[in-house]
Write a protein that binds this ligand. Sequence first.
Ligand code: DX5
Ligand code: ZN
Length: 220
Amino acid sequence: KQAAVIAPSILSADFARLGEDTARVLAAGGDWVHFDVMDNHYVPNLSIGPMVLSSLRDYGITAPIDVHLMIKPVDELVPAFAKAGASRISFHPEASEHIDRTIGLIHELGCKVGLVFNPATPLSYLDYVMDKLDLILLMSVNPGFGGQKFIPGTLRKIREVRQRIDASGREIRLEVDGGVTADNIGAIAAAGADTFVAGSAIFNTQDYAEVISRMRKAIG
Ligand code: DX5
Ligand code: ZN
């Protein structure tokens, strides 16, 4: 298993002071910036796009930016995110017409690629592309909003994916997104996750460093 990564989701940051708030959460111990892209079509909400990502790079954010695309179709916007400075781009297989082509496109543009599974999306999407993935992202809420409750059934899915990753012998990150808190992150890590997205649990507090260090202790 790879070193734990905490990826604060800036969906819950202060959008009017996004550069400042992002720099603050990184200084407080966040490893990656989780960047949620919503299109009011694939998910019922609208968030931020490539222009905002490139503004964060211009502002001086150098940490890895972990782009989570909740958009349909996928391919049309991928080049803009790569150009804006994305490090990783993850997409939902149901939102892409040609999953293998989307994976290839993201790699060609020099980004790491992840496949995202909603709570009820079957893992069979992994069967023929596992060898091409850098990351598997398991949603522990239905995508579209921050601040929802962790769906406990995700723990079983995390264990299943951990087994598949270990059996593959490849270095694939196992990321979990939705309802992650300092209280449940220990169980999520024990199930096999190594990369943790947290939005409201971090940004809805005053002291980001305190929550992040509590999370790290719980991961062990
Ligand atoms: C949900 C997003 C998440 C969200 C997580 O659709 O993909 O990344 O920001 O927020 P919390 O941690 O508050 O559940
Ligand atoms: Zn996300």
